[in-house]
Design a protein around this ligand. Sequence first.
Ligand code: ADP
Ligand code: MG
Length: 718
Amino acid sequence: MKGASKVAKPAKAAKQVKAASTRARTAPDASHASLRAKLARLGIHRDFDLVLHLPLRYEDETRIVPIQEVPPGSPVQVEGTVFDSKIVFRPRRQLVVRIGDGGGEITLRFFNFYPNQQKALAPGARLRAFGEVRASMLGGEMTHPRFHVLHGDEPLPVALTPIYPTTAGLSQGALRRMIGEALGRTSLDETLPEATREPLGLEGFSAAVTALHRPAPEADERSLALRTHPAWRRIKFDELLAQQLSMRKHYRERKAKRARSLVPAGALVRAMLDHLPFRLTRAQIRVWSEIGADLAQAHPMHRLLQGDVGSGKTVVAALACLRAVENGVQAAVMAPTEILAEQHYRKFRDWLSPLGIAAVWLTGSQPRKQREAALDAIASGATQIAVGTHALFQEQVVFRSLALAIVDEQHRFGVEQRLALRSKGEGRSKGEGRRKDGGGGARTEEPHLLMMSATPIPRTLSMSYYADLDVSVIDELPPGRQPVVTKLVADSRRQEVGRRIREACRAGHQAYWVCPLIEESDALQLKTALETHAALTSEFPDLRVGMVHGRMSSEEKAGVMSAFAAGAVHLLVATTVIEVGVDVPNAALMVIEHAERFGLAQLHQLRGRVGRGAAESVCILLYQNPLGEAARRRLRVVYESADGFEIARQDLLARGPGEYLGSRQSGAPLLRFADLEQDQDLLGAAREAAERMLRDFPEAAQRHLDRWLGGRSDFLKA
Ligand code: ADP
Ligand code: MG
């Protein structure tokens, strides 16, 4: 905007910024660094980021409204001549300026002003003022309008004035100027081939960008605000396309990498199936054949195995490990908690020891001797299967021949870790996986990767953030499972809950009591667990009440869990350490205290700890009144639905993808413009377009990626 530096108060800051930005390309100095820091706060690192720094809203300075006709309450621009200007001291010091345009008069009021502004607003000055008009006793008035003193004939702007998201110390004027300059020197040429753009009816890129930064006065403000305007749709499409291209590129690159081909090479898988006390469900058989086919390929598998809680993913993981063993190489299984790692280890032991195969287990807190023995066995190849926590993927762990890595409950690891793991696999194979294949190819191999999750990924997410993965779904529970009956019970009715616990335990079942989630403080959570344990112990003198929480050593935890699994503990007081994976089929009752504090997926996971045996199971969600509207709605979803997919969808709607994907800590913006729910059609279109572009227009695809990702290699890394 012309004359921006003359506009009201931020003049000083704007001048500094202006000076800095003109120096920017010659000598970096302190103010340059400070400008850079401010821009970085807005996520702006290069010209194209300025181009994509899109307005929050607009103001219409293309029109002058006659003062007489000014509607109260909405922002307008008026033009007039000052006929009175004075400083008033009551009720506080202020500059009161009266202007008129021949038809009407209006008051401009300033509580903060510089002497030079007062001078500029002297009687006789002609000016344009933009602001919201309030009716007052003395007629209309504007408080702190943006104003602009006119010198001769100045044409009105021809576009709406953009209002940008900004940060302290960076004025709209400065930002506008920088964006204007960036628009001038950045190529806005088309990256979409005509064949892609045409059928989708998308606006041209340059036109879209211009329309958003400088909309014509007659542009539809509503669709601009709602971001449904064709220009917005083009930008959103481009963003989604960049994400899809990035994911699909990873996908294709993976197909070009090498991995050890794990073919059926022995009788172990067969033998384990024969020994199992149950038969695989049809869904398990199907996913196992999908995984088996992937493992036989000479390039790395990256497959996500989804299946609701209790659908039986672990046994599929064990089969995959055996396939590695049959081929004389190693497999690793990583779980997010020690309890879960320990449980997997026991299960594997039960299933594998009849076959003469021993696994080792590794966690961060196990005794040093044990840990060193495990490390040795892993390094020498004495063991072919390692089970553990993320300790497995630490620096010191050297595998002799890791060919398969399995990550259980992978959603617990978040997007960042998922990507980290991917690159960890690469580093690892360079360091250790070197093997001299016959045929002279000294190329390195990457492990196959199997990720498992009971938190289903809603379709829109799996189409976007997980588009680089193949997905298998176990969509069937083992036979004979009783659905869990969920009850919502106000905390005031606790006594009834006590009666139920006694009844369940008398009938030979076991129960969990889940302590409230206390996110702010570990210590407080521990205290609550101890108190609950004490209270329940005295309430049920005839029952054995155990306790497990995050502050216990892994040995202690393992001891309690195995006592519970063996039936020696009736009632287990637990924190969320039991949230995922814990499998004790005889447990038929779960009480969750302060259920309103938990997330949807978390409640569903917790509830999945019961209903694993043949007995009818009950999950009691205790809540504290009064219950807020949002909490009530959340609890209702869990109460009404037993379907993990539906619950996940609701959870995503409530929390948004950032938190859902677990990348909250990183603060990295995932998608800035597109909204996966609102823009599902664009997502689908971008997905198809990405495939076609990579195939038919690889150069255009690369240009599009460069434009949107800059130097980044991953879409998710800021
Ligand atoms: P999740 O998919 O939640 O990880 P698990 O692998 O822990 O589920 O399996 C839940 C329980 O179901 C375990 O006790 C497991 O042994 C059992 N199970 C798995 N598959 C079957 C099957 N086909 N028939 C009967 N029980 C099964
Ligand atoms: Mg599991």
